[in-house]
Design a protein around this ligand. Structure first.
Ligand code: HEM
Length: 147
């Protein structure tokens, strides 16, 4: 399998905005789970551990995964994101995450990014981080489909 990569243009924007996103990522992931829960209460109740959401463990795990994956994708010696995402894919398989659910997560995660970053989330910034999400989602979906 070829290693999914960011375009050079997206990588440049992500590199420049990594500190701002890192600084806001905890607020983004908390808001994300709140709005996901409001829009899809059954999905969240059935799939997520209530205690991990209540004490912020899940929010921090998602934040760390996004931050570390983005940093890896824009590093000089960009590595395959599968190296950091393999444990996440194992957990997702265990709880039965389905590929179409990545669109649901995408919708709420990017609404949270736009809300928290405000004016800093220009269309260019949103598009570059969208590329990061797509690389992560493609990598996870691919890992989760393997036997
Ligand atoms: C790029 C997108 C995603 C990323 C980066 C991501 C990241 C993570 C991480 C880091 C964990 C914690 C793993 C662990 O503690 O071992 C996790 C767990 C989980 N994720 Fe995802 N995830 C993504 C998409 C999704 C989607 C689409 C769903 C479907 C609803 C989902 C549902 C879950 C569930 C149910 C858990 C387990 C939670 C628990 O143990 O209570 N994730 N994810």
């Amino acid at each position: 399998m070829s290693v999914p990569m960011l375009s050079p243009a997206s990588a440049e924007v992500v590199r420049a905005t990594l500190p701002a996103v890192d600084g806001a990522i905890d607020e983004i992931t908390h808001r994300f789970y709140r709005t996901l829960q409001e829009a899809h209460p059954d999905l969240v109740r059935e799939m997520f551990d209530a205690a991990r959401l209540a004490d912020g463990t899940q929010q921090r795990a998602l934040a760390a995964a996004i931050a570390s994956c983005a940093a890896l994708l824009v590093a000089d010696d960009a590595a395959d994101p599968a190296t950091v995402l393999a444990p996440v894919a194992r957990r997702h398989r265990a709880v039965g995450v389905q590929a179409p659910q990545y669109d649901v997560v995408h919708e709420h995660l990017f609404a949270a990014i736009a809300d928290v970053l405000g004016d800093a989330a220009t269309p260019e910034v949103a598009a570059a981080w969208n590329d990061v999400y797509q690389v992560m989602a493609r990598t996870l979906i691919d890992l989760e489909a393997r036997n």
